[in-house]
Design a protein around this ligand. Sequence first.
Ligand code: EPZ
Length: 416
Amino acid sequence: MDKMVIEGGKRLAGEVRISGAKNAALPILTSALLVAGWNTFHNIPDLLDIKTVKKLLKSLGVEMEGEETLRINAGAITNCEASYDLVRTMRASILVLGPLVARMGEARVSLPGGCAIGARPVNLHIKALEEMGAEVTLKEGYVEAKARRLKGAEIYFDISTVTGTENIMMAATLAEGTTVLKNAAREPEIVNLADVLSGMGARITGAGSDVIVIEGVERLHPCEASVLPDRIETGTFLIAAGITDGDVRVVGCDPSHLDALIVKLRDAGLRIDAGRDCIRVRGCGVPRSVDVKTLPYPGFPTDLQAQIMALMATAGGLSVITETVFENRFMHVSEMMRMGADIVIQGTSAIVRGVPRLRGAPVMATDLRASASLILAGLAAEGQTVLSRVYHIDRGYQQIEKKLSALGADIRRIPG
Ligand code: EPZ
């Protein structure tokens, strides 16, 4: 397995371009299942998770051409089963469930199983499909769902779920009648997906708010659309500039998706100037400690919790970081402590006392965003950090070592 080797202490400077958002591209690719004909999607990122979802779609009979600009046609679906060996490597595979039931009247999708950050059930996806008239059975670790034609329903998600909202929004586009999603997730990736579905002829209003109304239609048609920039990659690079006391321009991003992070980084003393599609961030020496609480969008993103913890590990005081979305998303803490971080976990909060210098050490990645936070800590640390199990980072960051090297970081990949 590949490793990353980082020699810390280099200030980042220069310009970095943001790639398409993993968490927007995944549902946009599965939305192609709703349509017979060639769709064209632009700004598809080159990530392990994208490779996985393309493999899954191909196993269903979907045709594809191209990479960053991808043409995709689900005109001839030959199989409605998403097997465990594909789903277990990427939970977001559950995003084929809604489109398959809507288009084909049936689906058999392996239950994704838990992952490092939590149990991550899909009960809300299943409950909503049943409320739309699907007959759902769980057996042998698979979800089996059947419906001659889904029926519009009023659905209340008792937890705000991103892929749950996406799955049911897709399913509802071809249902008979109108579906109302209440307590819907409000992430920008959901707005991007709704725009793509509308481009296919779906009738959707309210995406981006907590009430989304979808009026079912008989069929959809192919469309051309673009994936929005990755706000989590953007946030990761803003923090990389701060933790190295650097001066970086992040381009091809959408600053309006990062209000919660930008406010926190400014409170910590970083200088941030946001344009229409770019952000200049300058360090401030030792950042001030700030408290963070993760919440569904537009709150502080759980996907940036580990990264800002790395910054707070080098700050000048005491920071309380509370994780409210997932039950086990502090896997990076023990690894950071091996680098000299002073962190105490108390329930759903981590109490982070900043230290003058982190020390490089061999550390192990446990999940995607934990890996990113350990790279950030390594950039700031004195000496060498060796990060193993790098495949985690490749799931969600396109050539992160190349982008960081171009900003002056001393980081290299050792093929394993
Ligand atoms: C999406 O996961 C993202 N993944 C995650 O990003 C992100 O961390 C998460 O949303 C929260 O923002 C993709 O979009 C592909 P949820 P998702 O359903 O949809 C509970 C990354 O690093 N829940 O919003 O799986 C769940 O356990 C990844 O890019 C149920 O209880 O998350 C969690 O506690 C990690 N039952 C909470 O809701 C359900 O049926 C929010 O989960 C569904 C969810």
